[in-house]
Design a binder for this molecule. Sequence first.
Ligand SMILES: [Zn+2]
Length: 299
Amino acid sequence: MLLPRSIRLLIRHFWFICLLLVASALPARAQDRLNVVASFSILGDFVRNVGGERVNVTTLVGPDGDVHVYTPAPADAKKIADAKLVLINGLGLEGWLARLVQSAGSKAAIVTATQGIAPRKLGADADPHAWQSVVNAKVYVANIRDALGAADPANAGVYRANAAAYLAKMDTLDREVRDAVAQIPPARRKVISTHNAFGYFADAYGVEFIAPLGVSTESEASARDIAGIITQVRSGKIPAIFLENISDPRLIRRISAETGARIGGTLYSDSLTGEKGDAPTYIDMVRHNIRALTSALAN
Ligand SMILES: [Zn+2]
């Protein structure tokens, strides 16, 4: 029996049709989501918490990466070109970004997550590490909520609800930091870190940080600054010194070797870790840092 021609065609192309159906169904769901690029891992975590299931978040500088000295890859231009929204820290952190956006020919909205935060100034430079105060991190989250709502008004209610839940967790986190610092005797609230990344934490919570490097890891420590720090550690004025996940550990190891001061652990300053590390999320990062500080300083 001869089947009609249309049926024969259908049978012959059955697998091809199946493949087409599967291929069209898969990206459709991903396409419904808002494509958002975040410049670095901490910002990416904020966007994930506010955007939830409604956004595809791509991070340019990934876990344990150093955003100060990043060199964009060709794939980054593609990520920016595909994005509807690009979230940046601003305050001079992403010096490499303007050229990347230009070369990508992107029409994406670029939103600065630190809008409304009064920057710390170090000479002429703004200190970009505003996220290290949880109070400031809440401003980032509010800005991200508004930026997502503007880029995707249909889901603005979802972003508002997600942000409200996340902001409540941040209020708890801020109290945890204050309670932890309160356990440290005031005279011992003084540490050394590699670069000047904890100024906002210092201002908000009253722990003094001294760093041989400036607010960017681009600079090099001067011999005079290092000698000054070694003198302070030797005289017992600074009880603890810390490594950073993004910085070369040699300088801190040298200060430790010359003074005999024990290294109190690693602080996470500018980057989260991968899933299996100590700080896969912002909240984990802050908790890790306050545990490291209190265990080195409290007694
Ligand atoms: Zn930094």
